[in-house]
Design a binder for this molecule. Structure first.
Ligand code: FAD
Length: 315
């Protein structure tokens, strides 16, 4: 079922969903099941599975020269999605990125998904490789997420790169940034680009994590001002370690409310920090749910027990 159809069906309810990471290379699908089994009591209608582009590294070889190597630590997104759908009977949403794919490879990946009955996809640009500093598209690949949205929309009309064919039936999610995407020169331009993604065919938006609900509420109001009327799913992550108060802003370009930072600094040990983060996330979730958001989407990053605690308090 399409995510948007599901949300429309449950329009007076807030549903829950989770985002998981593929295991590190060599890991087993059992580790995914072990993470998801305890979360299934909350009946998530869908699970997102992230996609990780290969990175480059330079390894020193005997003789002192450096060899450029390519590493992909977390492959397996599509296979994991198929396994999740098969085991739990819920929708799995693979993240598909522009980085590292030519448009032909993107088309082939989408054909594979369609064959597997995976009809929801989160279309993303992807970040820069760590050693490159700025996003460099694959030669013959897409520059921006909107280009992938347009490609999927064409396939939904039966228009493939080389010829016409059977129309696919993808529901397309895209990313939105309540605190602005870090590369956008200002919020106005970021909103214009988001509006273009939606006009090009995106069916719903999932937000970057935020720790102040007002940022989400303001973002939704702004989207509506820009005539962006698709569902906007808030993405949440609890803070679990003290180091994250400086690390998460540097990775995700998010701000922490003063009250949360003070509580984390005052916490006397690791367990107390985690408890502060969980309680904050529970309060955020309860407020968002009371305001009738369509879905609460949690970035699990493999930490199951935390989400069992949050789920039990909120749902
Ligand atoms: P875009 O929508 O293409 O936007 C990128 C930047 O370009 C923005 O600053 C935008 O304002 C600007 N822009 C857009 N269109 C144009 C245009 N036509 N001309 C000029 N500028 C333009 N990354 C992964 O690698 N794997 C994942 O699984 C993953 N999952 C994610 C899930 C969510 C919910 C979110 C919020 C992010 C996720 N990311 C993931 C990170 C994401 O790939 C990065 O944030 C990336 O930098 C931007 O992706 P995007 O799809 O928002 O890009």
């Amino acid at each position: 079922m399409k995510i948007t159809d599901y949300l429309a069906q449950k329009k007076d309810e807030t549903v829950i969903s989770f985002e998981i990471l593929p295991p590190l290379k060599g890991g087993s699908i059992q580790s995914i099941f072990d993470s998801l089994d305890p979360l299934m009591e909350f009946k998530p209608p869908f699970i997102d599975v992230t996609y990780h582009r290969e990175e480059y590294d330079y390894k020193q070889r005997p003789g002192g020269y450096y060899e450029k190597t390519s590493i992909r630590k977390r492959p397996g997104t599509v296979g994991i999605c198929a396994a999740i759908m098969n085991r739990y009977g819920v929708e799995a949403v693979p993240h598909l990125i522009c980085g590292g794919f030519t448009i032909e490879e993107t088309e082939n990946a989408l054909i594979d998904l369609s064959f597997l009955g995976i009809n929801n996809v989160l279309a993303l640009r992807g970040d820069a490789r760590k050693l490159e500093g700025r996003f460099i598209p694959e030669p013959g690949g897409h520059n921006f997420a909107i280009d992938m949205v347009r490609q999927i929309e064409k396939m939904n009309k039966g228009e493939y790169l080389e010829s016409a064919g059977q129309a696919t039936d993808f529901c397309i999610g895209v990313a939105g940034y309540p605190e602005k995407h870090f590369e956008a020169p200002n919020m106005k331009l970021d909103m214009q680009f988001l509006k273009e993604k939606v006009d090009a065919g995106a069916d719903y938006i999932v937000t970057q994590m935020f720790f102040d609900n007002q940022k989400y509420f303001d973002f939704v109001d702004l989207c509506r001002e820009y005539d962006i009327n698709v569902p906007i799913i808030p993405g949440l992550k609890p803070l679990t370690r003290k180091s994250q108060i400086s690390r998460l802003p540097s990775i995700f370009y998010v701000n922490f409310p003063e009250e949360l930072v003070e509580a984390v600094i005052k916490a006397k040990d690791k367990a107390a920090v985690k408890q502060v983060g969980i309680e904050w996330c529970i309060q955020q979730s309860k407020e968002l749910k009371a305001k009738g958001v369509p879905c609460l989407h949690y970035y699990t990053m493999g930490d199951v027990n935390t989400f069992v605690k949050i789920g039990k308090e909120v749902f």
